[in-house]
Design a binder for this molecule. Structure first.
Ligand code: SF4
Length: 367
């Protein structure tokens, strides 16, 4: 797999989606020797079920473990350290990882309890947990979601889980961006399997999940986070640790040259949207008809951005989205299914940043 590749799969059979992404990327070949120590690093920031939008779904761990075991790997570990305010052991149970570990006979390492060693990370001293540093191949499994301080969080920031609590506290005193970028010069990012199932709108600890029903696979954590900015309607300049990590040689933020590999169509993830009141208030500006999760979720992210800029108001015509609009006309819609509309944004699905731009232009005169 090339570092420019971004693998995307849609659906609701999360376990098999994870397996298909790893197969497509040929991760077994990338790891090589079957005796190598392989670890899965999910996001267990807090003790909440993944449906809340904060933590990695256990089905993705199950899929990754099945894939690795079927390919002859036997030294597999799940490891993570929750944020300072929570104990990993409770988060481990709340996310259902105890069942996964029992079913596949896989150990879990609580990195909050691990020893650590100081390393020089591109000129900055940073302590890494010893068991994380001893891994030969790390599969970083972040949740694509918003964050109240860093705007977005995904691959680069997920590596805060492999440092001790004392370092997490120090990172906050240093403003997060610089230490996160430097951390990624020493933390492993051998493969990134992104949980883009229902990450939160703007909080790391969840509460307002946006259903996307999508899983991504990448090799480059900088490209990953730059792509997340596009999906959620931000630019990389809004998230200083991304260009900083790029300048330290961690990866490339050039999404325009990325190679998108779709393993199926977004239509495989149609469905009902369970909304919190906050998401529902944004959904008032939409008119969905058989919308795919990825299209509808992208629209919600874009509306959230427009809400931040004070652009939303009751006079705006609702934005059509969904397969039910194919061949129909109307005022404004997003996605190729609304291509017959007076104003339509192409894409299947279009990204949050594109939708934000499109709605800004078309709603300008309506305000
Ligand atoms: S454009 Fe249509 S088919 Fe494509 S993702 Fe949107 S709703 Fe689904």
């Amino acid at each position: 797999m090339d570092k420019k590749d971004i693998i995307l799969i849609h659906g609701t059979d999360y376990k098999n989606m994870a397996k298909r992404v790893l197969e497509q990327a040929n991760v077994a070949e990338d790891i090589g020797d079957r005796n190598k120590k392989v670890a899965l690093k999910p996001n267990l920031v807090t003790a909440k079920a993944p449906s809340g939008g904060a933590t990695t779904h256990s089905e993705l761990l199950a899929g990754a473990i099945e894939y690795l075991q079927e390919n002859g790997f036997c030294d597999i570990t799940i490891m993570e350290g929750s944020w300072v305010g929570d104990q990993t052991k409770y988060a481990f149970q709340a996310a259902g990882y105890d069942k996964v570990c029992r079913q596949y006979n896989i150990p879990f390492v609580d990195l909050q309890k691990d020893s650590s060693t100081e390393y020089l990370a591109a000129g900055m001293k940073i302590r890494l947990c010893d068991q994380a540093a001893a891994v030969d191949y790390m599969i970083n499994m972040p949740v694509l979601k918003g964050h109240c301080q860093t705007v977005i969080t995904c691959a680069l920031k997920n590596n805060k889980g492999v440092i001790p609590n004392s370092e997490k506290r120090r990172f906050h005193t240093l403003g997060l961006h610089k230490p996160i970028a430097h951390l990624n010069t020493i933390a492993r990012n051998d493969f990134i399997l992104v949980d883009n199932i229902c990450g939160d709108l703007d909080f790391e600890e969840g509460g307002n999940p946006v259903v996307m029903n999508r899983v991504l696979g990448l090799k480059d954590p900088v490209l990953c986070d730059a792509f997340v900015c596009d999906c959620m309607g931000y630019s990389v300049e809004d998230v200083p640790y991304i260009p900083l990590a790029e300048s330290l040689g961690v990866g490339s933020s050039d999404v325009s040259n990325a190679n998108l590999i779709y393993l199926n169509s977004p239509t495989e993830a149609e469905g009902q949207f369970v909304m919190t009141r906050r998401v529902e208030s944004l959904a008032r500006y939409t008119a969905p008809k058989d919308a795919c999760s990825a299209c509808y979720g992208s629209l919600i992210y874009a509306l959230n951005r427009l809400n931040d800029t004070g652009m939303l108001n009751k006079k705006l015509p609702p934005v059509a989205v969904g397969q039910g609009y194919q061949g129909q006309d109307g005022e404004i819609g997003i996605g190729r299914c609304t291509s017959c509309f007076q104003n339509s944004l192409e894409g299947c699905p279009p990204k949050g940043a594109e939708i934000t731009q499109f709605l800004m232009e078309h709603w300008k005169e309506k305000r």
